[in-house]
Write a protein that binds this ligand. Structure first.
Ligand code: SAM
Length: 346
């Protein structure tokens, strides 16, 4: 990609020097989580962000309003940490659903508590969920997440489908020597229930900095395993800015009609940075142009200092204009960001 020579963002939206325009906003609602997945967080948790530094519900809605009405954002995904731990979640969703240019709203969650919340969230205006589940085996789940909550996640998935949060998508990370034999089993689980499964390559974003590229289970390996049991055809639907490359699973149907799909998000082995359309807001009010950015732009200070909407929009545009060309994981000088995935918003 060739950068534009201009030092300043030209348009009204969230363009960058490489011609990309961000329209998909990821909002982290908390850095806390009720699981302790070994590849994400240490057993004892992390030093959580202090409460006063967290954006309030009203501040979050205000910034989403700015993003939607002044910056061209059309999709909002709530994440964390674990977004279901945010008390005001249903009310935040309701408020965003009431915006004049209502964005599509999604939630990425570990599913614990979703059995109770799926219905109220759907009624408030949530469109869809992605539920993370790395194993079909309750004992493996307990070892991997350090919590015995497999049944809660399975119930949360079912409740999401019943509440019409369709398609229900499932996210799975495979770890070498842990659950790397589960690709086919996870797909069978998803197909039986009509969920759309996505495998995510493990990225260098763990709090313990233990990621090793040579240990990562690659997208190619996952596809080879799936092809041993299923016939996969390239998905004719355009990928667009979506991180997942998807395949049609021959002979299987999705809930609500149409063919069943499976996806692989090969962020490391097959980066899709050139088509990235994402912008991120952390729970403490910082804009990140990329999961792997070394830099962030604080909006909370300006917000609490009385900045108007256009001033906030301008800070946001400048932050996104500086978005790097790519995540640079393969660069020998690559540095893992200071914030782990749970504090950025995955
Ligand atoms: N708690 C929510 C959940 O479990 O979906 C939202 C946050 S979590 C960080 C979002 C997703 O990131 C989960 O699917 C999780 O498995 C994935 N994840 C966490 N650490 C990762 C890593 N190092 N590489 C790839 N995916 C990771």
């Amino acid at each position: 990609m060739t950068p534009s020579a201009s030092q300043e963002p030209p348009g009204a939206g969230l363009g960058d020097r490489f011609g990309r325009v961000a329209t998909d906003l990821r909002v982290s609602l908390t850095d806390r989580c009720n699981l302790r997945c070994t590849y994400c967080m240490p057993a004892e948790g992390l030093d959580w962000l202090p409460n006063p530094s967290l954006l309030t519900d009203a501040e979050i809605v205000r910034l989403i309003d700015v993003a939607v009405h002044r910056l061209g954002v059309t999709e909002v995904r709530f994440t964390g940490g674990e977004p279901l731990l945010r008390r005001g979640l249903v009310e935040i969703v309701r408020a965003v659903a009431g915006l004049t240019r209502r964005p599509r709203m999604m939630l990425t969650t570990n599913g614990i508590g979703l059995a109770r919340l799926a219905e109220p969230l759907a009624a408030a205006g949530l469109d869809r969920v992605n539920v993370s589940l790395d194993t079909t085996d309750p004992a493996q789940f307990k070892a991997l997440t350090r919590r015995d909550r497999h049944a809660d996640v399975v119930a949360g998935l079912a409740a999401s489908a019943a509440a019409g949060l369709l398609p229900v998508k499932m996210n799975a990370v495979l770890l070498r020597g842990v659950n790397d034999d589960e690709a086919v089993g996870l797909l069978a689980f998803a197909l039986e229930r009509g969920y759309e499964l996505r495998f995510i390559e493990q990225m260098p974003l763990d709090a313990g900095h233990t990621w090793r590229r040579e240990e990562m289970v690659t997208g190619a390996e996952i596809l080879a395993a799936l092809r041993s049991a299923y016939t996969l055809r390239p998905d004719p639907d355009a990928r667009g800015g979506s991180p997942a490359e998807t395949w049609i699973v021959d002979g299987h149907a999705a809930v609500g009609g149409g063919p069943a799909r499976v996806g692989v998000i090969a962020s490391v082995s097959s980066p899709f940075c050139g088509a990235c359309d994402r912008t991120r807001l952390t729970a403490d009010g910082a804009i990140r142009s990329c999961l792997f950015s070394q830099e962030e732009t604080d909006l909370r200070g300006a917000l609490r200092g009385g900045a108007g909407d256009e001033e906030l929009a301008d800070l946001w545009r400048k932050a996104m204009w500086a978005k790097p060309a790519g995540h640079g994981i393969d660069d020998p000088k690559f540095l893992q960001p200071a914030r782990p995935m749970s504090a950025i918003g995955g």
